[in-house]
Design a protein around this ligand. Structure first.
Ligand SMILES: CC1(C)Nc2nc(N)[nH]c(=O)c2N=C1O
Length: 160
């Protein structure tokens, strides 16, 4: 199977429980195995500030699903959490992003992998390092290097 890293985020309707339930749904995806989950982190919103702080984390999966099959499955899980897209970069109950899909580089209208914003988001980079300190992007860039270069966004580790 393919080694995949998924970013999780929420800032509405009890974010910690949203993320905990989402990890359970990810663990139950067909043809997929949950390898590990990162600690959760609280941080202030990047982008529009007029919204609640976010809780973020990441999970490592091994899957036989294609990237697009996985994307469909993630969107189904988000819908199950009654995600409503009111405004772009606005608050949401659950955000699931494919951050890394093996060593694939994907640029399609539905999907960009590795995630375009990954280098600028400490709430993504830190959980990835927790999962795999030696993680690299397909082009060889290390996540550790990106983390060092990334603006600090007052990340607070929650648990475990
Ligand atoms: C609204 C925007 C850009 N900012 C975020 N800010 C934080 N801290 N965490 C997120 O998951 C997040 N997601 C987003 O989509």
């Amino acid at each position: 199977g393919t080694d995949v890293y998924i970013g999780l985020g929420s800032n509405l309707a009890d974010p910690l429980s949203q993320l905990a339930r989402a990890v359970g749904a990810l663990a139950n995806l067909p043809k997929t195995h949950l390898v590990a989950q990162s600690p959760f982190y609280a941080s202030s919103p990047v982008g529009p500030q007029d919204q609640p702080d976010f809780i973020n984390g990441a999970v490592q999966l091994v899957t036989e699903l294609s990237a697009l099959e996985l994307l469909d499955a993630l969107q189904t899980i988000e819908q199950g959490h009654h995600r409503e897209r009111i405004r772009r970069w606005g608050p949401r109950t659950l955000d699931l992003d494919i951050l890394i899909y093996g060593d694939s580089v994907i640029e399609s209208e539905r999907l960009t992998v590795p995630h375009r914003e990954l280098p600028n988001r400490d709430f993504v980079l830190q959980p990835l390092l927790d999962l795999n300190p030696d993680l690299k992007l397909p082009d060889g860039t290390t996540i550790a290097h990106l983390r060092d270069q990334c603006p600090d966004n007052n990340l607070r580790r929650l648990h475990p």
